[in-house]
Design a protein. Structure first.
Length: 223
């Protein structure tokens, strides 16, 4: 018999998920400068592994917790994109419409992919990251993934392409925010040398974000 929802809501991993969301929103509302906000948000993102670890260790795995984990991740990334857009508008006013459209498109795509991936798990009874396209006898539903997406999803995103996509998801808004906040490189130098940020890390993350974009598009079409 599954535990009551009132108990599931208070599982330790779920409390951590709530804390990540509240802490990220608090940092956003406090109006921290771009570099500090990027660092705080990055620390919150790095705790992503902890709720999964606690869920297994404490035997508190739940469908609600798995969904909350994804929601918290996307919420934190959405805050990064919002802050990135605000800083770009403040620094490059003439580009406000372009970057606002890009950021809103990315945020919308990530949330739609969240719904699609959770539907895949619900209908097939299998983790969406498996990418196996197994059919559910009850629903008669088979998500179809392209060969490239299957390679990205191989071993639950623990493949070189999967790792690249995950780094791109988080790294692109972080690097973009650091560059937008400090176009001359002085403030961002406290985190990384400016040439490393703009010439190596940002292009690497953008490429990974493109891989993630292909993955998300495939999820949406599969649904």
């Amino acid at each position: 018999m599954p535990p009551p929802l009132s108990k599931v809501l208070l599982y330790t991993p779920n409390l951590l998920g709530y804390s990540r969301i509240v802490a990220g929103l608090t940092a956003f509302m406090l109006g921290l400068d771009g570099v500090r906000f990027a660092m705080v948000n990055s620390l919150l993102i790095l705790t992503d592994w902890l709720d999964g670890f606690l869920a297994v260790r404490l035997r508190q795995k739940s469908i609600f917790g798995a969904t909350l984990d994804v929601v918290a991740d996307i919420f934190l990334r959405s805050l990064l994109w919002f802050r990135f857009t605000l800083d770009v508008i403040a620094t490059y006013w003439s580009l406000r419409f372009i970057f606002t459209a890009i950021s809103l498109s990315i945020i919308s795509l990530e949330w739609s992919c969240c719904v699609a991936s959770q539907m895949t798990a619900a209908y097939t009874g299998r983790p969406w990251k498996g990418g196996q396209g197994q059919q559910s006898a009850a629903e008669g539903f088979t998500p179809t993934y392209s060969p490239f997406v299957k390679r990205v999803l191989d071993n639950g995103l623990k493949s070189p392409l999967g790792a690249w996509a995950v780094i791109g998801l988080y790294g692109t808004p972080v690097c973009g925010l650091l560059v937008a906040t400090s176009p001359d490189g002085h403030a961002a130098a406290a985190v990384l040398p400016h040439w490393v940020l703009t010439s190596i890390l940002l292009p690497f993350c953008i490429t990974g974000r493109v891989i993630a974009f292909v993955l998300m598009q495939d999820f949406d079409w599969a649904e």
